[in-house]
Design a protein around this ligand. Structure first.
Ligand code: FES
Length: 291
């Protein structure tokens, strides 16, 4: 039987989702705690262009399956430069990402958004098409590597994500990579800004890709505050710390490749229902490092 990697879900309202998984929903008080804490909240507002965070509170997605839908978030001033510029607060659909990825040299696409009041990044990676191709071809696919905490201690390997089970012992299919999509909680583990997808132009954000989870090459998630970089194609198991109460937690996420951030960004489990991308908040501890 697969080893159970259990992270305690926070208490909340329990909804039914199509897969039969049980999830809890984030309430507004918890959102406020995540996004407006101390200096981090101020920095986050700057990072987003200080565009009405009240909109987040009003922006709970409503889909046929409940308030779990992921929405686009267009930072102020980026309306004419990001590919989803006319989709602000529209529900994200997988077909949008597939269409945008088709215009890319790498077959990748990404966007910023909000989910249940939290900032997210969504990344499309043509993994299913490329997974059997050799690294020498230099085409993006999901990779797995070792994760090391901020002190350099080995925490775990990204492939352990396949061992994660729900409390009933069944595989956590919503967490494991699927649909060529990764959904990421987007608060920088450095000082809690919001890293973005190609919101600025530099070598790290160009439409290129190198294997191995290295810092060189483009298509990194980039934090404009102090230039931390994350490779959204390299999955690792790692740990982080709630800076308020000192508690630590383990998570699965993407690798930090450079900059002052100590570790990478955590994954959010999700499902795709009738083309609509819906996040599940099975693992709320993963999102508390800016508390
Ligand atoms: S807050 Fe992201 S690099 Fe400093």
């Amino acid at each position: 039987m697969a080893r159970q990697f259990r992270l305690r879900p926070a208490p909340g309202v329990v909804d039914e989702v199509p897969s039969g998984l049980e999830v809890t929903t984030l309430d507004r008080r918890r959102f406020m705690k995540y996004t407006f804490n101390a200096a981090g909240g101020v920095i986050a507002m700057v990072s987003l262009g200080a565009v009405g965070f009240a909109s987040f509170l009003m922006g709970q997605a409503t889909t046929s399956e409940g308030d779990t839908g992921v929405k686009y978030w267009v930072p102020k001033g980026q309306e004419d430069t990001v590919w989803y510029g006319n989709l602000h607060l529209e529900i994200m659909k997988k077909s949008d990402l597939v269409a945008q990825a088709a215009t890319s040299d790498t077959g990748m696409a990404g966007a910023q958004g909000v989910w249940s009041g939290l900032p997210i990044n969504i990344i499309y990676i043509p993994h299913e098409e490329n997974q059997s191709k050799p690294p020498s071809e230099g085409v993006p696919r999901i990779q797995y590597g070792g994760g090391y905490d901020s002190a350099g201690a080995f925490v775990g390997h990204g492939r352990e994500i396949f061992d994660v089970t729900l409390e009933d012992g069944s595989p956590d299919d919503a967490l494991q990579p699927h649909d060529n999509i990764l959904l990421l909680f987007s608060r920088c583990p450095h000082l809690c800004c919001i890293p973005g997808w190609q919101l600025v132009a530099n070598d790290f954000t160009s439409d290129t890709w190198l294997p191995g989870g290295v810092d060189a090459g483009g298509n990194k998630l980039f934090c404009i505050c102090h230039s931390s970089r994350y490779d959204p194609t390299m999955l690792e198991k790692n740990s982080n710390r709630n800076r308020n109460d000192g508690s630590t937690f383990e998570y699965f996420g993407v690798k930090r490749t450079g900059g002052p951030a100590p570790v990478g960004l955590p994954l959010i489990p999700f499902v795709v229902t009738d083309d609509v991308i819906e996040g599940l908040d099975t693992y709320q501890e993963w999102y508390t490092f800016c508390d």
